[in-house]
Design a protein around this ligand. Sequence first.
Ligand code: FES
Length: 80
Amino acid sequence: MKVTICIGSACHLKGSREIIKEMQELVAANGVKDKVDLNGAFCSGNCVKEGVCVTVDGTLHSLKPEDCGEFFNKEILGRL
Ligand code: FES
């Protein structure tokens, strides 16, 4: 599964670094390193969304740092 987190300037301000860190920890803690491919990406033109742009296998989501845990369980672990 390919997970891409936007590190463009607008998303950066909304906490993309925090999200990347948290995702890395969650992937490691759940032992799914070989199944989840975490990537950074530049602005995809979706800055107007409320949160940081995160795509999971091409599907765009808007994520706030505080929602990372829930998102991970539902959209990542739940789909593996
Ligand atoms: S900076 Fe993330 S979509 Fe533009």
